[in-house]
Design a protein around this ligand. Structure first.
Ligand code: SAJ
Length: 440
């Protein structure tokens, strides 16, 4: 059945006369806005945070992967403009929703950002628009939560009057080999016409678009990607626990296994699972399955192992100090690296926060050094990064390497520290052979 509305929309997308909007200008939305603007679309960036809008209006970027020069040029040329006025959404032809999907304190999904964004845009949806959700979420969100709100508010029919799809973001902040433009983009539509509209839009700017048969397939594919990582990290973390009991070097075991050129992918143990994706996305899946009376056992087990790693690290510190006739209580402990992974300034869900909290609870005098992070505030404590790392390493009873930033001189740390607990194998072979180094 031909659909004039769809044909008109795809024609405007194909000749780039369509005006597009990105709702949510964070580490996903802003790079996406830039990609569409540089592809030739007029892009409207919409975000309720006035500080973001003001910064972008001044040509300033606050996102690691987007330069201020790029924003300034796009704002000057009129290709990109930012606003907190949601009513401007009625004037665009395509809307991509890139809002956070965190967890509540209870560990359940916090869908408030998606709900608020949908409520805000539903009143402006009009005939001929395509809407794409990018936020990682449980399978069914697009069809069960977004679709009814838009149809009820607008009175329009999906697949005929407007088009609705899901396309998971695959942004890894700081990565330069795979960015928004060259990372394949999975797209699933609520109806075939929805898929056609979303593919027509995204294909104008992204190098590879991967159509799938439904929004649920696209939602589930993203969850598989990150659940795969979470479970494999949980596997090697448990391997570290097993090797500790066996008296076998887990790092050597993994390096040996990684020589297998096929059928294996290397993951490494660590102090726990940080970041705003890997520890969180799989719990959206297990939460949804629980509502269907199914227990996602792999996810729950991996989550249990990963969340238990900070406590395991603290027992390693306790045992290492004990071997030097010292107690944690009163010992000076320097934590090296607190970001959730090396060479970034992101603290979200970082296991360093749990390790520091546990050490403080046990009465240690804890300091940290992180070249990217100057201050950590959590519940009842607040710490500032020391400035003279060398001095603090020398004075510490124990140095605990939590995040192995590449800018730190680990040979110097090994030289001047009294005792080191290395949770990332940052010291490599030097650490394996040194009597003052304890590794996971
Ligand atoms: N981690 C380990 N051992 C490993 C790998 C990671 O302990 O072998 C820890 C990290 O230290 C960190 C956490 O797990 O605390 C997550 O690390 P990550 O490398 O998965 O990095 P993220 O959280 O930034 O994941 C992002 C994800 N990108 C998106 O969701 C779009 C993920 O899908 C990417 O695969 C990942 O980057 C990547 O490959 O860098």
């Amino acid at each position: 059945m031909s659909n004039t509305i769809l044909d008109n929309l795809t024609a405007k997308l194909n000749n780039k006369s369509a005006r597009v909007a990105i709702l949510g200008l964070g580490y996903v939305g802003l790079p996406l806005a830039v990609v569409f603007a540089e592809a030739g679309f007029k892009v409207l960036g919409v975000d309720p945070d006035e500080r973001k809008i003001a910064a972008l209006g001044r040509g300033e970027s606050y996102v690691l992967d987007v330069s201020s020069e790029k924003i300034s040029a796009l704002v000057q040329s009129g290709a990109f403009q930012a606003t907190s006025d949601f009513s401007q959404l009625k004037d665009v032809d395509a809307i991509s929703i890139c809002v956070p999907t965190p967890l509540r304190k209870t560990g359940d999904p916090d869908l408030s950002y998606i709900v608020n964004a949908t409520d805000s845009l539903a009143q402006y949806v009009r005939k001929g628009q395509v809407i794409v959700l990018e936020s990682t979420t449980y399978p069914g969100t697009t069809r069960e939560l977004i679709l009814p709100k838009i149809e009820e508010t607008s009175g329009l029919k999906v697949g005929e009057d407007f088009f609705l799809a899901f396309s998971p973001e695959r942004v890894d902040p700081g990565r330069t080999d795979f960015t928004t433009i060259n990372t394949p983009k999975v797209v699933g539509g609520v109806t075939p016409a929805c898929l056609k509209a979303a593919v027509a839009w995204y294909s104008q700017a992204l190098q590879k678009v991967v159509p799938v048969s439904s929004t649920e397939v696209a939602e589930m594919a993203k969850l598989l990607e990150n659940t795969f990582r979470m479970i494999n990290i949980g596997l090697v973390n448990e391997l570290a626990l097993m090797c500790d009991r066996l008296g076998v070097d887990v790092w050597e075991v993994i390096d040996a296994a990684a020589t297998k050129p096929f059928g294996f992918m290397k993951f490494q143990p660590g102090p726990g699972l940080g970041g705003h994706c890997i520890p969180i996305d799989p719990l959206y899946l297990s939460w949804k399955l629980r509502s269907l009376n199914y227990t996602a056992r792999f996810i729950e087990l991996a989550s249990e192992i990963n969340t238990g790693m900070p406590r395991y690290v603290v027992t390693k510190v306790q045992d290492a100090l004990n071997d030097h006739a010292k107690a944690i209580k009163g010992s000076k402990i320097l934590v090296l690296g607190v970001a959730y992974k090396p060479d970034i300034d992101d603290l979200r869900e970082s296991p360093a926060i749990d390790v520091i909290g546990l050490l403080l609870q046990k009465g240690a005098a804890v300091k940290f050094f992180d070249p990217y992070i100057s201050r950590v505030v959590h519940d009842s404590w607040e710490l500032h990064s020391v400035t003279d790392m060398d001095k603090e390493v020398k004075e510490a009873d124990c140095v605990v390497i939590i995040t192995n930033h590449s800018s730190i001189d680990y040979s110097a740390v090994l030289e001047s520290a009294r005792l080191i607990v290395d949770t990332r194998n940052a010291l490599g072979v030097q650490g394996k052979e040194s009597p003052k180094v304890v590794r996971l």
